[in-house]
Design a protein. Structure first.
Length: 399
């Protein structure tokens, strides 16, 4: 009963995290597009940067943006912050429930670095804090005053972090920690920079003073950063379902880097289009190049040598079944024996020969080619055992 309740908690937290994330990403995309599409109008208040006319749901909307602030405090002011806060709060809760409570399964891989569980979790949390601090210092420094220079140096910082994550944590853990770090930076931008700056502007209005325009400038900069980071962070969350993206510690950080570059280019195409500029269609094939490179790295990262070695001699099912019973059935069974699992992950079970034969290609992909399973190699499957599985499957998976 306890495991079932924990599963429900995990589901509800994940659901809320996704809903909040959709709301946050939606508002980010909308306001960046709105800001880029504003049209100047000399008849408007000189404090107004521009206006936009939009139609939706059968009605027309007339929107104006002030360069700094209006001359008075509006009676009603809508704040956009809880979408960001909710996404991070429930995302961190999900990170704790899944990865930090089960570090030996999801966060640690002895083949990458045999780090004690009591060191892994504090190290992961500390990296989120230090990552935000390094990024924030970079933005505030003289080096970050130039947009291009800041973008390049920020990406280098991300590259270093990705490389470190993939050489400390499991492939799956490294990708999720990269996403968690980017999400933390985005949420902290709202909490620590954007909202405090807006509050200072409101306070100035209430005192009858002219607000300092620097708060709007800095807030806009961080909002744009968040806008460009949304697509990469969504990829890191989805990639955990596709082990071929993170299976190779040697190449996985480069795969992630390529996806980040492609995401930035795609986002830039949309942002320039919303600004009314002529769409640069070259950005799409340019984005396809790093995606193709990522695919190539994933292929190079597959450990196909074990399959070739195993196919030299016929392998009987009798040699395969004990391996699965010892290394896989602890989780992949109608009655899992591993703590924390009340049902077989994704419904995949190896209790009978027919079930094993049916899932042969999944075994090949997850256990032989990518080494994604067992999770964190918690059951200590050996390379020789993986080779045996690969050889049996390549020979036709005969029972």
């Amino acid at each position: 009963m306890t495991d079932t309740l924990l599963d429900w908690i995990n589901l509800l937290v994940r659901w809320t995290h996704v809903i909040a994330g959709i709301a946050w990403i939606g508002s980010s995309f909308y306001f960046i597009a709105l800001d880029a599409g504003l049209t100047p109008n000399a008849r408007l208040d000189p404090r107004v940067k521009g206006e936009a006319w939009q139609v939706h749901g059968g009605g027309f909307y007339h929107i104006q943006k002030y360069m700094v602030a209006p001359e008075f405090m509006p009676a009603h002011l809508t704040w956009f912050k809880w979408e960001a806060y909710g996404t991070w709060i429930f995302g961190f809760a999900l990170l704790c429930l899944t990865y930090f409570l089960n570090p030996s399964i999801y966060l640690i891989d002895p083949a990458v670095l045999d780090i004690p569980t009591w060191d892994a979790v504090p190290l992961a949390i500390a990296s989120l804090v230090l990552g935000w601090f390094a990024y924030d210092r970079l933005c505030r420094s003289w080096f970050g005053q130039d947009t291009i220079r800041l973008a390049l140096s920020g990406f280098v910082l991300l590259l270093v972090t990705m490389y470190a994550y993939t050489h400390v944590f499991s492939g799956r853990g490294a990708f999720i920690m990269t996403g968690a770090l980017v999400g933390t930076i985005m949420a902290a931008n709202v909490l620590m920079i954007i909202i405090p700056g807006q509050r200072k502007v409101v306070a100035s209005l209430l005192r009858g003073e002219v607000p300092d325009p620097i708060h709007g400038i800095v807030a806009k900069q961080r909002s744009v950063h968040n806008n460009y980071l949304t697509l990469p962070v969504v990829f890191t969350m989805l990639s955990n379902h596709y082990a071929f993206t993170y299976a190779s510690a040697r190449w996985s950080w480069l795969i992630l880097a390529c996806i980040f570059i492609a995401s930035f280019l795609v986002r830039h195409w949309f942002n320039t289009m919303h600004a009314g500029e002529k769409p640069d269609w070259r950005l799409w094939p340019a984005a396809a190049v790093p995606v193709a490179v990522a695919v190539a790295f994933s292929v190079l990262g597959q450990k196909s040598s074990a399959i070739a070695n195993a196919s030299a001699a016929p392998i009987a099912f009798a040699a395969v079944q004990p391996i699965l019973q010892e290394r896989c059935v602890t989780c992949h069974s109608a009655r899992p024996r591993f703590g924390g699992f009340v049902e077989a992950p994704k419904g995949v079970m190896f209790d009978t020969p027919a079930q094993i034969q049916k899932q042969a290609q999944q075994i090949m992909q997850q256990a032989v080619k990518t080494h994604a399973m067992p999770l964190g190699n918690i059951t200590r499957i050996t390379e020789e055992e993986r080779a045996t599985l690969g050889g049996w499957i390549s020979q036709g998976a005969r029972l």
